[in-house]
Design a protein around this ligand. Structure first.
Ligand code: NAD
Length: 380
């Protein structure tokens, strides 16, 4: 279609170009509370958009826009992979989380979310806390990830760590024909909310661990826990995590840790962890494949928290969340199978599976387009 955009160099036109396949971008400005935020809705084929809200002191509106566009697209894939009836969205608040937070700022943000009439659900992400969203939830029902005392699911790192454990089991099944966790060695990078729980479950299962964290208190904590369980952990520092020989590298801290420099050093057979955006770029998935290292796509493995957030919107049920999180095992084996069959990277195979789910859903939607199907049938 020949649109005005071809000859138009206005700000609006630039934004429309950046949106590309996104459905909607909402700019929120409230001079009274100081709120400046952007909400991006990437794709609602599977259901209303769902995604966390980041608060970060972006140096420009452009930088914030780029971030929210990239992150919201990622959520479409993550929701498709987790098999929840939600689409991809994300929000960013421009500001310093250490200085600029006020209850009114989050209430104002809640009002903007509410104005979308159920097209977007949100909760905590980098720089925001559950308390911030307790304020936002006074203005809208479209909030997830609030404390149990407010009817939420509570600590999302519990299902997330369980998902990592099922990802590790599936990977052992793929590599060794048995999903036993014991008798193998794992390197856990980052002993925070998720990594610590993963490390404890691995120790309990009888595995041998190398651990690394920049926070010495976390190291002491895991050493004490290991001692109680009658087991040992070996502490590795800094870059040693990448060159240590083990069965599986379990990144639970930073993104971008699979890159030119680290792939060269890796002496593991697989990478399976919770950290978001582990591959610095797509080519690093290919490089891992070339090196014979099996990569478990991060958004499949770390979906437990998302499964819990989505479940809150159906009326939270802990058993249901844990059961659905266990299906990460099956999803991951399917990704490995497709990657082998098509001789592609596991990251490409995961993306294809998600795109297929979106296509299937589109067909279903158009098949019965004359009726409105409720989107709240979790697990069916
Ligand atoms: P966290 O902040 O609680 O823990 C991160 C840990 O990593 C901290 O203990 C920190 O000291 C450590 N760390 C930071 N830099 C490090 C380094 N260079 N080397 C070693 N350790 C380092 O975060 P979390 O909630 O446990 O999340 C961990 C990762 O999993 C993040 O990438 C997060 O985005 C991702 N994730 C978390 C969830 C969840 O439910 N919490 C869900 C999906 C994805």
């Amino acid at each position: 279609m020949n649109t005005l955009r071809e000859h138009d160099t206005s700000v609006q036109s630039t934004i429309l170009e950046k949106m590309n396949e996104h459905e909607q971008i909402v700019f929120c400005n409230d001079p009274h509370t100081g709120l400046q935020a952007i909400i991006a809705i990437h794709n609602t084929t599977l259901g209303p958009a769902l995604g966390g809200c980041r608060m970060y002191p972006y140096s420009s509106i452009d930088e914030a826009l780029e971030d929210v566009i990239r992150l919201s697209k990622g959520m479409t894939y993550k929701c498709a992979a987790a098999d929840v009836n939600f689409g991809g969205g994300k929000a960013v608040i421009i500001g310093d989380p250490l200085k600029d937070k006020t209850p009114s700022l989050f209430r104002s943000f809640g009002q903007f979310v509410d104005s979308l009439n159920g097209r977007f659900y949100t909760g905590t992400d980098m720089g925001t806390s559950t308390q911030d969203f307790v304020y936002a939830s006074r203005e809208t029902n479209c909030i997830v990830g609030i404390p149990e005392s407010y009817g939420g699911g509570g600590d999302s790192s519990i299902p997330t760590s369980l998902g990592v454990i099922y990802g590790l089991k599936a990977t052992n099944q793929e590599m060794y024909g048995s999903d036993e966790l014991s008798g193998k060695t794992y390197i856990v990078q980052g002993l925070g909310k998720v990594g610590f729980k993963v490390a404890v479950q691995l120790l309990e299962a009888g595995a041998d661990l190398f651990v690394s964290d920049i926070n010495s208190a976390s190291i002491t904590k895991i050493q004490e826990r290991a001692k109680k369980l009658g087991r040992n952990v070996t502490v590795v520092s800094g870059d040693e995590v990448y060159s240590t020989e083990a069965d599986i590298f379990v990144p639970c801290a930073l993104g971008g840790i699979i890159n030119d420099r680290t792939i060269e050093q890796l002496k593991v057979k697989a990478v399976v962890g919770s950290a978001n955006n582990q591959l610095l770029s797509e080519k690093h998935g290919e490089m891992l494949k070339q090196k014979g290292i099996l990569y478990a796509p991060d958004y499949i493995v770390n979906a437990g928290g998302l499964i819990q957030a989505a479940d809150e919107l159906y009326g939270y049920n802990k058993e249901r969340v844990l059961t659905k999180t266990k299906s990460i095992y099956i999803s991951l084996l399917e990704v490995y199978k497709q990657a082998n069959l098509d001789n592609i990277t596991t990251a490409q195979a995961a993306n294809r599976l998600c795109e297929k789910r979106l296509e299937d859903e589109k067909r279903l939607n158009s098949f019965f387009s004359h009726t409105k199907r409720p989107k709240w049938n979790i697990g069916k």
